[in-house]
Design a protein around this ligand. Structure first.
Ligand code: ATR
Length: 264
């Protein structure tokens, strides 16, 4: 058996086990590979990861709140993971732990069009926002970063690029808007917490919400009602998961199967 897992805290809400198990079955690997969810508290992460290769694990996804800690305990880092400062994928190989980040490329693949040259507003300056800003800056987007705590936006932009802004453009002329805060996760009022106004989205805009859970989020519901294109957090989950699966198995990921399983 080759075992895979997602490590998180909490982790019971994760759709990765259903999505990755469906993918392994579709590839005819269900008899040899497994994917499970493991709840790991922050102070147990290093010990847990160190034990995994001996228990038959060949790789893992890491999710909130472990993405930065995972980087610190890895023996080797991909350039992307190092530059972003966070990892969502681990590979156990030859006694070493390798850290990769597929969140950045997953976001780009989830977008309906290239973001090159596009004026973009990213909301948030936490771990998720770092991967988003890093990806969009490398893709050639013009990225403005708003965050409740201005200092974090400033620090993020110094490290990965983009321009920190105290307030978004009053005309709201953004081609792309990405919510990379956790607002919406606990049912907070998006339009109270974030500098966004419902009924102000336009048809030519694309609005992305990394938050997933109850679909659609209030943000995406409002954007869709105004005719904007929307990309939800599940689509990004699917794309990053597909890239992780390809790293572990060397096989092309069955995207449609993964999408169906993640949305079920
Ligand atoms: P993640 O790893 O998911 O990015 P995080 O690092 O805890 O999680 O970051 C959470 C992000 O959501 C931050 O940008 C945070 O803003 P602050 O830096 O000001 O804390 C943002 N956030 C969380 N709750 C918020 C709220 N009620 N209003 C506005 N922003 C919020």
């Amino acid at each position: 058996m080759r075992r895979l897992a997602v490590l998180g805290y909490p982790v019971s809400h994760s759709r990765s086990p259903a999505m990755q198990s469906a993918a392994l079955a579709e590839l005819g690997l269900a008899g040899e590979w497994t994917y499970e969810a493991i709840k790991v508290a922050p102070d147990e992460l290093a010990e847990r990861v160190a034990a995994m290769p001996g228990e038959g694990f060949v790789g893992a996804n890491v999710t909130v709140p472990h993405k930065e800690a995972a980087l610190a305990l890895a023996d080797e880092l991909s350039e992307t993971a190092r530059e972003i400062g966070a990892a969502n994928t681990l590979v156990f190989e030859g006694g070493a732990v390798r850290a990769e980040n597929t969140d950045a490329e997953g976001l780009l693949r989830a977008l309906p069009a290239s973001s090159s040259g596009k004026r973009t507003l990213v909301l948030g300056a936490g771990g998720a926002a770092r991967a988003v800003v890093w990806a969009l800056v490398r893709e050639g987007a013009r990225v403005e970063v708003w965050n409740r705590t201005v200092l974090s936006a400033r620090n993020l932009c110094e490290e990965v690029g983009g321009t920190p802004i105290p307030n978004p453009d009053p005309k709201f002329e953004y081609d792309l808007v990405v919510n990379a805060t956790s607002v919406g996760l606990q049912g907070e009022d998006t339009f109270e917490r974030l500098p966004l106004t419902a009924h102000r989205f336009r048809e030519w805009q694309t609005v992305v919400d990394l938050v997933y859970g109850s679909e659609p989020t209030p943000l995406l519901a409002a954007a869709a009602a105004d005719g904007a294109k929307v990309v939800d957090g599940i689509e990004i989950l699917v794309q990053q998961g597909a890239l992780s699966l390809e790293i572990w198995t060397g096989r092309e990921a069955p995207i449609e199967t993964m999408r169906e399983a993640a949305r079920r």
